[in-house]
Design a protein around this ligand. Sequence first.
Ligand code: ZN
Length: 750
Amino acid sequence: MRIRGFAGSRARGVALVSGIALLAFAGWIYFGPVPAIAVVETPAILDRNGLVLAEPLSERGDRSQWLRADALPPVVVQATIAAEDKRFYSHHGVDPIAVVRAAWHDVKRLRLVEGGSTITQQVAKLLLQKRDRGLVAKAHEAIVAVRLERHYDKQQILALYLNLAPYGNQSTGISRASRLYFGVVPEDLTAAQAAYLAALPQRPGAFNPLRDGRRAMKRQQQVLAKMRALNFVTQHDFDVARAERLRFEHGEHDVIAQHFIERLSSGGQAPSPVSRHVVTTIDAELQREVQGIVRAQQQDLLNHGAHSVAVAVLDNRTGEWLAWEGSGDYFGDEFGGAIDGVTTLRQPGSALKPFTYALAFERGESPATVLADVPSHFPTAEQGVVYTPRNYDGRFRGPLRVRAALAGSENVPAVAMASRLGPASLMRFLRRAGFKDFDKNADYYGVGLTLGDAEVRLEQLVAAYSMFARGGVYIEPVMLKGQPSRLQRRVVSERTAFWITDILSDGDAREFVFGRGGNLEFPFPVAVKTGTSQAYRDNWTVGYTRDVTVGVWVGNFDRKSLRNSTGVTGAGPIFHSVMLAAQKRARGPLPADVAIIDPPNDVERAPVCALSGLRPSTYCPNVTTEWIASEAPVKFCSWHHSGGSVDWPPEYRAWAQAAESHQRAAAPRVASKHAPLQILSPPNGATYLIDPTLRIAYQSLKLRASSPQVTWKVDEKKVASTDWPLHPGWHTIEASDSEGHRDTVRIEVK
Ligand SMILES: [Zn+2]
C-alpha cells in the first residue's frame, strides 16, 4: 500500500517534474534569446536616376543595402513567398505540412536533404551561420525560428530574409542584388526580375547571372508559375512576365565616374555618413558613353604622345555635373590614371581669350571693334622688357574686327585688347568668372594672361563657359542632385554673353584659320573654343549649347609635349563625340536647332564696313553685317575714299606699306633676269608657332623666291617641295639658281 502509495506519488512527481520541465522547455523554446542582428550597410553612390555608380565593400567583405520592413516592394514579397514558403503567413515559424512532406521525401531517399524550411527558419539559419547541416542544427534553427516569430512580425521577418539572403557575387540582400544584376532599385523590379532574384538564394553559386543569366531561367519560370497559382499576379501579368526577356548588367558600374566619386568625398560635398544613399548629379549612361568615346580615341591619342584625357559635362540650367572623366583610364597606373585631370591645374592657352573680349564688351567694345593685328610691342612688368606677340602663322593681318580676331584666335589683337584693359582688371574679371587658382599677381602674368599663361582647371573652364550659355550668370557647379548651388552671380550682361556666344558659334568667322567642316561643327549651334599651351603640352576644346557645356583636355600629367605629325588632333574629335552624346541626352534624338542665346533687346543687326567696322559709306568696297549695340552712336567709315584709296589710321600705316611692297615683290616675274636671287618667303628672322589644331596649311611654310627656278635647301638638306613642314628649332633656308645666285634666311619655329 505504502509502496503503491509511494509509487503513485512518485509517478505523480515524475509527471509533475516532467510537466514543469516540458513547460520550461517550451518556455525556453518560445521565450529564449534570438541571435543578434547586425545591420551592415554599405552606402551606395548613385547616379541622378538611381543607378549605382559605386558601392564600397563593407567590413564583412560584401555589399549590402537594407530594405525597411514597412517598405518592402509587393512584387518582391510575392516572388519570395512563392519561391520559398507559400504558407508563410499562416505558420508560426515552422511549417508542419512542409516538415512532414520533407521527412517523407527523406525517408523515400533514405537520406537527409534540404527542404521544408520556412522563410523564418532560413532567417534563423542565416543568423546562426552554422556549417553543420545535421538534425541538431536543423532543430536549433527551428527553435530560433519559433523565437523569431515571437519577437518580430511577419513583415519584419520577411525584411530580415530579403536583407540577409545571399544572391551571389558578394552581394547580400535583394537591394544590392537587384542593382547588381538589373541596374535598378528593388522598387523598380518587374515581376519577371523579382521572380528571377527570388530563385537565386537557393543556389547563389550555381546561378551566377554575371556569368550566364540563363542558368536560373527554369527556376524563374517555376517561381512565376507559383506566383500565378497563388493568385499574386493576374493571368495577363503572368503572360507578360513569362515572356519578358531579361537584360543583365555586367557589373561594370564598379568603375563608373571613379574620379568624380573621389572628388565628391574629398571635396566635402558628400553628406554625413549616416545617409544611406548619395544621389549624385552624374548621368551614368552619358558617363559610360564618354568613357567609351575616350577609349575609342585612345590609340589615336597615343600616336600623338598623349596619355591622358579629361572630360567634363555640365548641365547649364542647374549647374549639375553630368559626366566627369579624369584621365581616360582610372586603373592605368603607368601614366597616372588615378590623377583627376578635371581638377588638375594646366595652362589653358587660347581657351581664356573669350574672357578678354567679354571684359572688353563690358567696357563698351563690340564685335565690330577693330583691333590692330600688326607688329607691336607691349610693356611688361620688367623695366625695359617688352613683349612682342606673334600669331601662329607668323603673319599680321592689319585691322581685324573682334569677331574675326576671337573666332580665329589671333594672338596679337588679343594681347592688344588685354593691354588696353590692363592685366589687373582682367585678372579680377577672371576670378569673378570662377578662376580662383592664380597664385601669382597680375604683373607676373601681364598680358600673357589672355594667352593662357596662368593655370586653370578644366572644371573651372567648363563652369566659366557655361556662364555665357546662361546669359552671363555664373553658377558654382554642384555634385549632388537637387542641391542648390552655393553661389550665383551675374558676371557679364546678357548682351556680352550673346556676343561671345554668337562669335564662338560662327563657323564662317573662324574659317580663315580653322577651315570648315571639322570637329568644331555640328548639326546644331555650338559655341566652341580651342586652346593649346606652350610647346603643345596641353590641348583643349570647350564649348556649349543652350543645354550643356562640354570641356575636353588632352595631355600628359608629367607635362610631356604632344606630338603633332598629322594635322588636327587632340581634344577636338573627343569633344565632337561627347557634345553629340550630351546634347542627345539633354534634348532627345531629334535634331534640335535651338539658338544658344536669343539676341537681347539692346542689340541690332546693322551693316558695317568689313575693314573699319564702322557704318559703311558709299566708298566701302566690302560691307558685312554685325550685331551692334542699339544705343551706340552711328559713325561712318572714314577709311575708304573715292577712287579706292584708303586713309589708314596711324597704327596701320607701316603694316599697310609693308603689305603693299610685299604684294609687289610677290608678283610674278618682278625680278629681272640679272637681279640677284631673293627669298620672298619666309622673311628673314621670322618666328613661327606650331599649333596642330589649326589648318594643315598653317603648319607648313610656303617657300617662295624672286625666281621660280630655284633649288631649296633647309639646314643644308635639299627639299623637293616648296611646302616645308614646320619643325621646332632654328633653321637656315637657302635658295639657289643655276646661275649661282643664292639667298639665305634664318627662321625660328616654336
Ligand atoms: Zn570702309
